[in-house]
Design a protein around this ligand. Structure first.
Ligand code: FMN
Length: 358
């Protein structure tokens, strides 16, 4: 049964689930698998060393799916920033018209993408209402509201999705999707109930058959609990939620104890190059790698097809169950009838009271 939300209508997808941009994970195989399963897959532009490599990756993805897919452009501070304009030009040349943007000062890139014919649909990811409001002024179509639970750059305000999503619902003049902490259909149903038009997931998609990372890392996610992430780089206002391991522990120790406060002291530990090796060599302690608190909710490694089918069924069941909680008349109290701790289905209340009175 297809969903009908602003997201599914705008993008032409069946299930309102987006696979967020993921450095060293968001290759064509990942994006195509999610799009083939009815969600929106996203290629991460900066996993490609040059704009021309991105062009090839987009073409590779197109050979694997005829469904819509998108490209993520993440704008992060760097000593030598990548040529974002050139990456965006390739996106447009290759006919991509859905782009996830994230990071700092996205104005010029959003302008470039919006001036195309036809203009791109922009999903902009942000971790605070203040940044969301700035993105709205830049003309984005959807906000992807990333709560403090999320993997990666959590921002500096530490507001979890229970508050952030409702703030978005109360204040944002454009539709939004919920990001951070989602892994199942119950989560999708909750997000829709809070006013979102869908969900964005990162960590959950790492533990799928098609994710192009080492099996050991997928298994580490399955084995982990929600307490197994660590925040690093807060001292430099670049807070990131990472999988807790020997390297993050070392980095956090230096961060706390350094008297100079020089980034160079932790730089080599948190380097992206070492992180990339983790996904290739399967050693979870080789470097830092990104994961969200949702690792505590991930217990298997399904195909994207099975995962999205399950999420769809769970969300439909959850939403139907929620509507069955509303009845024509208030049922009688069952203080006398039920033992403490005995589960009751609200739809059976009348029957159980009647039986207990016999
Ligand atoms: C391994 C990994 C790499 C990520 N890299 C990026 C990135 O390059 N750009 C970006 O915008 N978000 C990145 N993210 C964040 C995701 O797109 C998404 O917002 C986040 O994972 C949502 O939280 P969740 O993991 O709880 O689902 C990354 C997440 C993961 C797990």
């Amino acid at each position: 049964m297809p969903f009908n939300t602003a997201l599914t209508r705008k993008l032409g997808i069946r299930i309102p689930v987006v696979q967020g941009g993921m450095q060293w994970v968001g290759y064509a195989e990942m994006a195509a698998a999610v799009s083939n399963a009815g969600g929106l897959g996203i290629i991460t532009a900066l996993t490609q060393p040059s704009p021309e490599d991105l062009r090839k990756e987009i073409q590779r993805c197109r050979s694997m799916t005829s469904n819509p897919f998108a490209v993520n452009l993440t704008l992060l501070p760097a000593m030598v920033p990548p040529d974002y304009g050139a990456y965006a030009k390739v996106v447009l040349d290759e006919g991509i018209r859905i782009v996830e943007t994230a990071g700092n000062s996205p104005g010029p890139i959003i302008k470039q993408l919006k001036e195309a014919t036809p203009p791109c649909v922009i999903l902009h990811k942000c971790t605070s209402i203040r940044h969301a409001m700035s993105a709205v002024k830049l003309g984005v179509d959807f906000l992807s509201i990333d709560g403090f639970e999320c993997a990666g750059h959590v921002g500096e305000t530490d507001i979890t999705n229970f508050i952030l999503l409702s703030r978005a619902r109360q204040t944002m003049p454009v539709p939004f999707i919920a990001s951070g902490g989602f892994a199942d259909g119950q989560g999708l149903a909750a997000a829709l109930s809070l006013g979102a038009e869908g969900i964005n997931m990162g960590t959950r998609f790492m533990a799928t058959v098609e994710a192009p990372i080492h099996q050991n890392i997928k298994q580490s996610i399955v084995d982990a609990q929600e307490t197994d992430t660590e925040l690093v780089l807060r001292r430099w206002k670049n807070t990131s939620r990472l999988f807790k391991n020997k390297v993050t522990e070392q980095a956090v120790k230096i961060e706390k104890e350094s008297t100079t406060g020089k980034f160079e002291e932790v730089g080599p530990l948190v380097s992206g190059k070492r992180g990339r090796q983790v996904f290739l060599n399967g050693d979870p302690d080789y470097g830092v790698w990104t994961a969200g608190q949702v690792i505590g909710l991930i217990h298997d490694i399904p195909t994207c097809e099975d995962l999205l089918a399950r999420i769809e069924t769970e969300a439909i069941d959850t939403l139907s169950k929620a509507s069955s909680l509303i009845v024509d008349e208030q049922p009688p109290a069952d203080i006398a009838g039920k033992k403490i701790g005995e589960k009751s289905d609200p739809r059976d209340e009348g029957t159980s009271i009647a039986k207990s009175k016999l």
